[in-house]
Design a protein around this ligand. Structure first.
Ligand SMILES: [Zn+2]
Length: 369
């Protein structure tokens, strides 16, 4: 695990590669938000707005069934930049304090629940020393720290302010071993063993651990078969799952250098993703799983922290993606864990070791007690 100082020093050096079977590249996101100061009002970035296409108007309404877009019940996103000092006052927290000024400038803001450290000009932040990727980089304007409103609402508030996620009485979890059958995922650089072998083994190890904590556990597949991504979502729906966790291992092939743990959840409406793998990333596209934004980040952060501590892997942070088919259709908190790089010889050696996979399973289970 990287210490925070190493994380922030490494931030600018990080080759932003991630993913399973391809050579994916993390997006650098939109250009830095255009910020102008007029009476301390900061102009937010100009996001891409996707407007619903309405059917043409007609006078013959008794004969024509018009499919109006569904009524949006979610609160309107906060699209302004906000002074973190003002936000802290509003939430009865101490103001942020500067914790580093060279070579990077960083601020920390704390609550009884933990400490968020923000780096000026960087989308990489930390929560209790563990990486989390923001939508937009915080900025200092007139000696005041400004954070984008949606980052406050979707990243800071769920962790610093709001009540933590509890698992209630419907303890039904779907574990999704990534890949299967003809879709083997990536391969180990050591011996070409497919990712699907390691994800299925990890899921099988996790099942009894969760059952011992009173969970009803369903695996999207228990044998080496290919299950369509949409069917994995339907499977969770059929079983009335209250949580969904997808297990994967990563690749940056042909590079052997990339290593570490990444944990993904769905990007909130209005923020750019950390990873797109070349897919469109429409900022205002909304998915069923956006109803779980708050629980997603709380669950992702806890799972990521536990697996990081158990595995000793490098911390590549909790990240956001929109394109992941197993996540965005879920009507329950849903997280995807990339438990290390099979393209890195040293990490592949760990992943191929059953004890390491057991550690990952135990770490995940420890969160769901
Ligand atoms: Zn995968």
């Amino acid at each position: 695990m990287l210490k925070f100082a190493e994380l922030i020093f490494g931030a600018s050096l990080l080759l932003l590669l991630a993913g399973c079977a391809t050579t994916p590249r993390e997006e650098t996101g939109p250009p830095p938000a255009e910020i102008t100061v007029t009476n301390a009002v900061v102009v937010p970035p100009k996001p891409v707005v996707i407007r619903p296409v309405l059917p043409p108007a007609t006078n013959n309404s008794s004969d024509v069934h018009i499919n109006l877009p569904p009524k949006i019940t979610r609160p309107a996103p906060i699209l302004t930049w906000t002074s973190l000092n003002n936000w802290a006052v509003r939430h009865k927290l101490s103001p942020p304090r500067k914790v580093a000024s060279s070579p990077i400038t960083a601020y920390a803001i704390g609550s009884p629940k933990g400490v968020m450290t923000l780096i000026i000009g960087s989308r990489e932040a930390t929560w209790n020393g563990v990486g989390i990727h923001l939508g937009y980089a915080p900025e200092v304007i007139d000696n005041q720290l400004f954070v984008y409103g949606l980052d406050l609402q979707k990243n800071l508030e769920p962790l610093l302010v709001n009540e933590p996620l509890t698992f209630g009485t419907n303890r039904v979890v779907v574990i999704d071993p990534g890949h299967g059958g003809i879709n083997g995922g990536t391969i180990s650089v050591l011996d070409k063993r497919p990712e699907k072998d390691f994800t299925l083994d990890c899921a099988r190890r996790l099942k009894p651990l969760l059952e011992a904590s009173g969970w009803q556990v369903f695996l999207t597949h228990t044998n080496d078969v290919d299950v369509a991504l949409s069917n994995r979502v339907t499977f969770a729906e059929m079983h009335h799952a209250s949580l969904f966790i997808s297990l994967h291992f990563n690749s940056a092939a042909p590079s052997h250098r990339e290593s570490g743990l990444e944990t993904y959840c769905l990007t909130p409406v209005g923020l750019p993703s950390t990873l797109t793998r070349g897919n469109p990333d429409f900022l205002f596209q909304s998915f069923p799983n956006n109803d779980s934004d708050e629980a997603n980040i709380q669950l992702a952060m806890r799972l990521h922290t536990a697996v990081l501590r158990a595995s000793g892997e490098e911390d590549r942070g909790v990240r956001r993606a929109r394109f992941m088919g197993v996540l965005h259709g879920q009507r329950r908190p849903a997280v995807l864990i990339e438990g290390g790089f099979l393209s890195n010889p040293s990490e592949a050696q760990h992943i191929e070791n059953a004890d390491f996979r057991q550690k990952i399973a135990e770490a995940i289970a420890s969160v769901l007690r």
